[in-house]
Design a protein around this ligand. Structure first.
Ligand code: PGA
Length: 250
């Protein structure tokens, strides 16, 4: 059975004190649920977040990492630095990394390899831009992102992969894909997995939806059969909203 997951991507928000306060509020308000709850604070707050969430079932993830093991890459963070502070999950391929930091499918394939070689769980993000959808090439774009960034991995590594479909036109815009649009794409992705990787992996891989998920639209999106949870940006910065979305998963 695949897991239900609600993950909060804080992006470049919250300093150390704000991070501590937000985590505290999430711990206090979070329902007792079998849904996996993930938070991804900025790098500088990861170590404190790991300590603060110890004994809860909240998982702390990084928002990015470098593909090299170590070396002269000023300002970058390696996989072993994350593992060294007990961060065992990383978001890779977010559309903002692709758009603003030039991350290509080929580069992401390298990052995925490094993360998997060290047994990290990867939340792999992908999704079409508005122009792709308007020209009807959204399925093709998504398929290419998956084939070039991810489909090379070995069968046994798929248990460490969570997919996050995030149409770029719905991120931070207040415009959500309709539950039907989300389901249509998630079903397409699962079929792609079934036909290219295998039916067991297709059934067992969680596919999250991301893009303007809020407490008032979460449960309808999450009710779709191929939507296994959400990757939440803006609404993950307020404990009440994030917890409201977690409750939408129940
Ligand atoms: P949003 O961001 O919820 O603010 O649209 C989603 C994301 O970028 O992961």
């Amino acid at each position: 059975m695949r897991k239900k997951i609600v993950a909060g991507n804080w992006k470049m928000n919250n300093d150390a004190a704000q991070a501590e306060a937000l985590i505290d509020a999430i711990i206090n308000k979070k329902p007792d649920t079998s849904t996996k709850v993930v938070i991804a604070p900025p790098f500088v707050s990861l170590q404190a977040a790991v300590a603060q969430t110890r004994g809860t079932n909240i998982i702390v993830a990084a928002q990015n990492m470098h593909q090299a093991e170590n070396g002269a890459y000023t300002g970058e963070i390696s996989v072993n630095m994350l593992k060294g502070i007990n961060v065992n999950t990383v978001i890779l391929g977010h559309s903002e990394r692709r758009a603003y930091f030039g991350e290509t499918n080929a580069l992401l394939a390298e990052k995925v390899n490094t993360a998997l070689n060290h047994n990290l769980t990867v939340i792999f993000c992908f999704g079409e831009e508005l122009a792709d959808r308007q020209t009807g090439s959204h399925f093709e774009v998504v398929e290419r992102q998956l084939r070039e960034g991810l489909f090379h991995i070995s069968e046994s590594d798929w248990s460490n992969i969570v997919l996050a479909y995030e149409p770029v036109w719905a991120i931070g815009t207040g415009e959500t894909a309709s539950p039907e649009q989300a389901q249509e794409m998630h079903e397409f992705i699962r079929t792609l997995l079934r036909n290219n990787i295998g039916s067991k992996i297709a059934e067992d891989t969680s596919i999250l939806y991301g893009g303007s998920v809020k407490p008032d639209n979460a449960s309808e999106i999450f009710s779709k059969p191929d939507v296994d949870g959400g990757l939440i940006g803006g609404a993950s910065l307020k404990a009440d909203d994030f917890v409201g979305i977690i409750k939408g998963m129940a």
